[in-house]
Ligand binder design. Structure first.
Ligand code: EPU
Length: 340
């Protein structure tokens, strides 16, 4: 049986914690429930928004449509050898809990992605990444229901159009595909320990760890994230609000003349990725507070709701940041967070 609630307060289901009501709201705990919902007139006559952990969305006003909350749970081993394991994880599982479960079982591949808020189903949508690893590296396939046809479909990793913080689920299939499960291939031995990110190495060195395990890497990532990023259960936020922009090498070299210390990560195709946090900090925004919203004191890429801020106030702050970065550096920042 499905239940559809009306005028539902969905603030508790989002990590920004701004006041927001959904005209209609339905929690989905089984595939059968989703299939019933698709037949319902409220589904057919309204716009829809699929909610996972609510950790990458900013509602700027009440949502005048149907919010579908994905609560599908379960982890199943699909295939296993001496060296690797494939697990199918239902989309409503909490991502960090999954990482902890895998680390405890000594299954390697996602330890660098510890403490990322949100659900497993949201992970492929924006190809979550941190500390030198992107989730696409371990995704074997993504399964779900095409919301136009009601049919199941499985996308193998090469069909997901994964890019930096992007995928087919965020572009072509946006709001049209309900991810039901994600299958990951993880290592059981000879883990690919990735400590390429400087901060991880620093933590491991401090602890005199020379041959790190996946547990050590996970602990280090948790330590770094906790020191830099606000805990969404204490201060409302959605992680990085903007993507790190990529600019042509010629533009970067031009900027270096005025800003010799500008950081940049060179890629092969004459392009440079610049940390948005640096650009925002240079514009004087880091730690700024306007009413109850602001820019995090430790990481300028993160916008925060101190308590009673509204989605409109956060959006207005983001727009002002975009304008100042454009004016100072002629770089157009793009939001990573889904604005509704
Ligand atoms: N920086 C500043 N000031 C700041 C923040 C950053 O100058 O306030 C500069 C510094 O030069 C620093 C560089 O930016 O060395 C990189 O900063 P950081 O290591 O914090 O990483 P990031 O590029 O700002 C990205 C991801 C994070 C991820 C970290 C670590 C994006 C949009 N963000 O941030 O992801 O945790 O790398 O891998 O790519 C998220 O997506 O929500 C997220 C938190």
């Amino acid at each position: 049986m499905i239940s559809i609630e009306e005028y539902k307060d969905i603030k508790p289901f989002t990590t920004f914690g701004v006041p927001v009501t959904a005209r209609y709201f339905s929690s989905i705990s089984s595939i059968e429930a989703l299939q019933q919902l698709i037949q319902h007139p409220i589904y057919q006559n309204n716009s829809r928004f699929i909610l996972g952990g609510g950790s990458n969305v900013l509602f700027t006003s009440d949502y005048n449509g149907l919010v579908i909350q994905n609560l599908l749970k379960g982890i199943t081993i699909r295939q296993e050898s001496d060296t690797s394991i494939d697990i199918e994880v239902m989309a409503g599982e909490n991502w960090h809990n999954l990482v902890m479960y895998c680390v405890q079982h000594n299954w390697g591949g996602i330890e660098n992605l510890s403490l990322i808020p949100g659900t497993v189903g949201a992970a492929p949508i924006q190809n979550i990444g941190a500390y030198g690893v992107e989730v696409k590296e371990v995704i074997k396939s993504v399964t779900g229901i095409d919301l136009e046809t009601g049919l199941f479909r499985t996308f193998l990793t090469h069909e997901c159009a994964f890019e930096y913080r992007d995928s087919i689920f965020k572009s072509k299939l946006k709001e049209n595909f309900f991810i039901s499960s994600v299958t990951l291939t993880l290592t059981k031995k000879t883990h690919r320990i990735n400590t390429s990110y400087g901060a991880i190495n620093d933590v491991l060195k401090q602890q005199h760890i020379t041959t790190p395990t996946i547990q050590h890497v996970s602990d280090a990532v948790i330590q770094i994230r906790s020191s830099k990023l606000p805990d969404p259960t204490k201060i409302g936020n959605a992680g990085s609000f903007f993507k790190n922009p990529t600019i042509p090498l010629a533009h970067y070299e031009q900027l270096q003349k005025s800003f010799p210390e500008i950081p940049g990560y060179h890629s092969v195709n004459q392009e440079v990725k610049v940390p948005a946090g640096w650009l925002i900090e240079q514009c004087g925004w880091k730690g700024k507070r306007i009413g109850d919203v602001g820019v995090h004191t430790q990481q300028a890429l993160v916008l925060v709701n101190y308590a009673h801020g509204s989605g409109k106030e956060i959006f207005s702050l983001a727009s002002n940041i975009i304008s100042s970065v454009k004016e100072k550096f002629n770089i157009a920042l793009i939001c990573e967070v889904n604005i509704k």
